[in-house]
Ligand binder design. Sequence first.
Ligand SMILES: C=CC1=C(C)c2cc3[nH]c(cc4nc(cc5[nH]c(cc1n2)c(C)c5CCC(=O)O)C(CCC(=O)O)=C4C)c(C)c3C=C
Ligand SMILES: [Fe+2]
Ligand SMILES: [Fe+2]
Length: 368
Amino acid sequence: MRPNPEPPFSHGTLSKTGVVLVNLGTPDEPTTPAVRRYLKQFLSDPRMVEIPRAVWWLILNGVILPFRSSKSAAKYASIWTQEGSPLMVHTKKQAALLRGYLGERGHDVQVAYAMRYGSPSLPETVDKLKADGCERILILPAYPQYSATTTASIFDAVFSHYAKVRNVPELRFVKHYHDNEGYIDALKKSVLAHWEVHGRPDKLVMSFHGVPKRTLLLGDPYHCECHKTARLLAAALRLTPEQYIVTFQSRFGKAEWLQPYTAPTVQKMGKEGVRRIDVLCPGFTSDCLETLEEIAMEVKQDFLTSGGKEFHYIPCLNEDPTWIVALAEIAEQHMAGWPTMLTPQMREDARKEAEVARQKAMQMGAKK
Ligand SMILES: C=CC1=C(C)c2cc3[nH]c(cc4nc(cc5[nH]c(cc1n2)c(C)c5CCC(=O)O)C(CCC(=O)O)=C4C)c(C)c3C=C
Ligand SMILES: [Fe+2]
Ligand SMILES: [Fe+2]
């Protein structure tokens, strides 16, 4: 494949740095056609579903898209806000806040957000940054725990985009931050803030998005990283092993996924006489369908109809200031060594270089 042509190289362009906060993606609107488009792109990704392509194509197009799209659209409609999909709204705000925090720390960087599926797409976002003069780009997935299904899929999208580009910026990727001190501290503070107002539960349920069990057996570290996050958070909250449990939600399809599953676990707790549970979803940094509908509505119902008396959903970190500071520190660590603090001298040097190049161009024009 031959890389695409580039605009003429221009001297004296200030070489800038960009950070892209990348989340999963969400439909453009809570309607069946929009959800179908989103699910088609999402579920056609071989990182997400590792079934032989021809077999999966038949299942996806013959069963899943025709039946799931309208059901999912109704669920999306139940959580949609005036501003749009919660996942999009939070990611957008986080990127704006991240830019502000990095700016306060003296970094002159552009911060954008992108979605792995749907829009704004990763290719269009990194192209815009490049057009704005970013020669260095940090890809920052919104997932604290690495998984081949999510994090690696973002990396794939970046690699495949740049395979078509001639002048590739310097790239860095954040793989994970499941054990980052600031992230754990932000989770701890959000739980303590909830408990300060509402009191403590009998059990804290830490529910992570599931993945097929097969991926664990094939060496994906996701399961271990979820457990490490949970262990660190439990230690920070001084919880004994009896006071919390790690579960996995959002099972998709018939294969076995990581266990224990969230819904049957809370049902069992309700039946066994556990009065109150609080559920936190530490793997999601923004509230979305999986937290607001699946946990705060469906799983809540499961617990209460099984005999549980009180259910609390503790929201995701979203725009929490401690979390945005942690995100800024994560970005800062990964930008180490990059000239993100533009000095007046650097701006002046760039201006002079541009002026020399402009004069040379004029002289060449005059000679012709
Ligand atoms: C094919 C199976 C799926 C795997 C594997 C999977 C992994 C995975 N997903 C997230 C984060 C999110 N998933 C979200 C929605 C969602 N996930 C799947 C399927 C798999 N996810 C589907 C089909 C859907 C769409 C909704 C539905 O029809 O049920 C979301 C929410 C998006 C939103 O718009 O709000 C997030 C976030 C992670 C972190 C993960 C693996 C670690
Ligand atoms: Fe998912
Ligand atoms: Fe779900």
